[in-house]
Design a protein around this ligand. Sequence first.
Ligand SMILES: Cc1cc2nc3c(=O)[nH]c(=O)nc-3n(C[C@H](O)[C@H](O)[C@H](O)COP(=O)(O)OP(=O)(O)OC[C@H]3O[C@@H](n4cnc5c(N)ncnc54)[C@H](O)[C@@H]3O)c2cc1C
Length: 415
Amino acid sequence: MENRSVAVIGGGIVGLCTAYHLARLGARVSVFDRTFGLDGASSGNAGSISSGSVLPVAYRGMARDIPKMLFDPSGPLRVTMGGMVRHAAWLARFLRESSEARIRASAELQVQLVPKSLAAHTALLEAIGSTDLIRTTGQLHLYPDAAARAKDAFGWALRREHGVVAHDLDRAGVLQIEPSIGPAYQAGVFLPDQGMIVDPGGYVGRMQSVLRQAAAALVTGEVRGVTPAADGGVSVETADGVHAFGEAVIAAGAWSGPLVKRLGLSIPLANQRGFHVQFPHSGVELQRVVVIADRKVFVTPMTGGLRAAGTVEITPLGSPVDMRRAAALVDHVKRVWPEAATEPHTAWSGERPCLPDTVPVMGRAPGHPNVWLNFGHGHLGMTLSAVCGEAIAQLMAAGEPNAIVRLFGPERFGN
Ligand SMILES: Cc1cc2nc3c(=O)[nH]c(=O)nc-3n(C[C@H](O)[C@H](O)[C@H](O)COP(=O)(O)OP(=O)(O)OC[C@H]3O[C@@H](n4cnc5c(N)ncnc54)[C@H](O)[C@@H]3O)c2cc1C
């Protein structure tokens, strides 16, 4: 990609991995971000590299849970009244994704990407001298008992159909893997081939440094628009003026919507707000990500303490944050580790960029040959960032999508 100048819009982990792979291929890269790490989802996530996560967020029987989503503010998936209005069309599409056929179709797509994620992060972190950030110790899912696990039997069977190694465990098996788990959880599933990033914010910071060393420009500022220029390139408009590039990649996470809308594209992107709490001195020793499966909460031993992350709130982007959702995470942690020291703790919220079928958009913007898209990684943006960053860079170098990347193009939404 020598002599090609590319603007990457968005400096979250997806934009940074995209910029990294473009720079490796020889492109001159500039990354634009409003805050570089302060308002994106990439530093506050659970750090799980969920390389077996082929299931979409929509699930069978979701329709009967709608009343709970609307009226139970502490449930794992909540839709606020504002979210109901703002995202009505998106929610209708999301509901359609809950049939068995659509779940299977989403898994068929996801399995093209997620199994490669751990190797992709490992290779990237080796190349930048940062393997201290990754652990490949697997993932443990917890259930109150075997009957609760049986309710998820369809999902576990689908994962196994797609080659995911998952061992059912009784209480003794759970304790063998993680001895600190309290008596409220009697059953589990262990996935040995998963990993974790023990400091997602640190990963973001190191990628920024690596890019600076590679002579990439990191430009702080809000991008108002990316438009085709008369000379065949693209214009990137910020408060400072208009910047000219040969090409641009939109990788602005949950905020990508207005940028693609200005290009006349219709891509159903919604934000799903999530939360974390982090306990610097919990006293809990873990070796791996523990998923409290009945609460959909991920608990990760980060370098800065134990982090519990999860819950989904579908609500307008920019609406006031209700931190009571974060407080509920403390109760979930206490159920698993009654002795955990949960004070002091910090709390955080972030916006996942979500498409109704759970898989990201990657490809060329239809009608705009020099604008590329890489967003909508939803609950799996940390997992997929290295794979998708490399895939979009290779696609841009080659010009034509290969058989796999073609599946993720914006054309699937009728563009
Ligand atoms: C609670 C929670 C837990 C999670 N846990 C996991 C997990 O364990 N594993 C996993 O794989 N994923 C997880 N995720 C999902 C993951 O964090 C996201 O999918 C991922 O961070 C998205 O990365 P991104 O780079 O696309 O977006 P972001 O990190 O949100 O970055 C987008 C950046 O673009 C900037 N930006 C936006 N618009 C503009 C503009 N117009 N001009 C300039 N800059 C702009 C923003 O300021 C932001 O910095 C979790 C998410 C949440 C909320």
